[in-house]
Design a protein around this ligand. Structure first.
Ligand SMILES: *Cc1c(COP(=O)(O)O)cnc(C)c1O
Length: 412
């Protein structure tokens, strides 16, 4: 039996400098199968692979040339997803994880050790905030949370032992933005790498690596899968650093199922088209809600009313499908929406084909996930007031979404 084989060869779409993003989304990492000629990617569910006795078993010795051996160390389907992600981010390498949070935990534990210091956005995806606030200090890692929408706050927080600056833009749930290039400049002057959770923007809206960032975090569960049926995550960046993350993935074990990798890869092929539609529909819904008599505030990076609209236009190629809106009595409106919406689901998560909405009370979030200074709280409330409805605008017709929201909010 032939023991080691490459199941596919690199193809011309594996370089974003040579092909457009739509071509890369379809072809990168997924040429026809070298052995069977299958045109569409297949799912390799096998956990183990027939090997030559000389193949190394230690995570530290596994590299690109090592044949597939065991799926926790590497799997053809997962590898194809990772190639596609790396190409779309304009980066060298990607490592997939079982969830976005697994990717974030692996990033922290790979880049930080006892005695190190982390500078992190004061607001991030809640689980990332809670992990940094509650778990990292137990490991002797100091954490400073700053409002990164002002890059000077990052400069002021840097210390000699700072080893990572962790950003998220647009940030969940505020849709506040961070100027990635400006923060990268400040951090790199001090020799500190920068990570950007770019889940809301996707590589269609923002490519942090091209702006100088060292790591990109993606929750694949959201837009990249796009259909609400598979959880996954990834860290994307330079080969050398990503090898350390792969070792961490092998040791922590939080890998993605090949089946989920296949579903997410299938979603990824249409990401550029879906993001164009998400943006178009979100802008129409945002404009309508801005004119709605009961709605006091709409925040969407694509609206001129967004306080950082100028930065959004400069930094983002697509404004995505996430918007927030506010009303006088959020709790009452939440009840109305969950009882009366007919198309839009009242549910957490985002980036799906189906529109999703949920209410996020400022007091609740500040108590549970974010522990802000008075100044940081002012910045938070400037975007979120007493609470926001986070609306993930799906792929339905804008007119139907608008009608659904209007009828649900009518008794307000
Ligand atoms: C959902 C999300 C995560 C976490 O991803 P999971 O796949 O749910 O673990 C991280 N960051 C952002 C911005 C998210 O929206």
């Amino acid at each position: 039996m032939k023991k080691s084989r490459r199941l596919y060869e690199p193809n011309p779409a594996d370089d974003l400098r040579k092909v457009g993003v739509r071509t890369a989304a379809v072809h990168a990492g997924t040429p026809a199968h070298a052995l069977t000629g299958a045109s569409a990617p297949d799912i390799v569910m096998s956990t183990t692979f027939v090997i030559d006795p000389s193949v190394p078993f230690s995570a530290d010795e596994i590299n690109d040339e090592t044949p597939f051996t065991y799926t926790r160390w590497g799997n053809p389907t997962i590898r194809q997803l990772e190639r596609k992600l790396a190409v779309l981010e304009g980066a060298e390498e990607a490592v997939a994880f079982g969830s976005g949070v697994a990717a974030i935990a692996a990033l922290f534990l790979t880049t930080l050790k006892g005695g190190d210091h982390l500078v992190m956005s004061d607001v991030t995806y809640a689980a990332a905030s809670e992990f940094a606030n509650q778990k990292l200090p137990n490991l002797g890692i100091a954490v400073t949370r700053v409002d990164t929408s002002d890059p000077e706050n990052v400069r002021a927080a840097l210390r000699p032992e700072t080893r990572l600056v962790y950003l998220e833009t647009p940030v969940n749930p505020l849709l506040r933005l961070t100027d990635v290039e400006a923060v990268v400049k400040i951090a790199h002057e001090a020799g500190v790498p920068v990570s950007v959770d770019s889940t809301f923007a996707t590589p269609i809206g923002l490519r942090p690596v091209e702006l100088g960032a060292d790591y990109v975090v993606q929750s694949l569960t959201k837009y990249i899968c796009g259909h609400g049926d598979a959880i996954g995550g990834a860290v994307i960046g330079r080969g050398e650093e990503l090898n350390k993350l792969r070792t961490m993935a092998i040791h922590m074990g939080g890998i993605i199922s090949p089946f989920n990798a296949w579903l997410i890869m299938r979603g990824l092929a249409t990401l550029p088209l879906r993001m164009a539609a998400h943006q178009e529909t979100a802008l129409a819904v945002a404009k309508h809600l801005e004119g709605h008599p009961k709605i006091t505030r709409v925040v969407y990076p694509g609206l001129p009313s967004h306080p950082q609209h100028e930065l959004a236009r400069r930094q983002m190629q697509n404004f995505s499908g996430m918007l927030t809106f506010q009303v006088q009595d959020g709790a009452a409106a939440a009840r109305l929406l969950s009882d009366r919406l007919q198309l839009i689901h009242y549910a957490v998560s985002l980036g799906h084909n189906r529109s999703l909405v949920c209410y996020l009370s400022t007091d609740d979030l500040l108590r549970s996930s974010f522990h802000l200074t008075p100044e940081q709280e002012r910045s938070y409330r400037a975007f979120a007031g007493d609470g926001v409805f986070r609306l993930s605008v799906g792929l339905e017709d804008a007119a139907d979404l608008i009608a659904d929201l209007d009828q649900a909010l009518a008794p307000l």
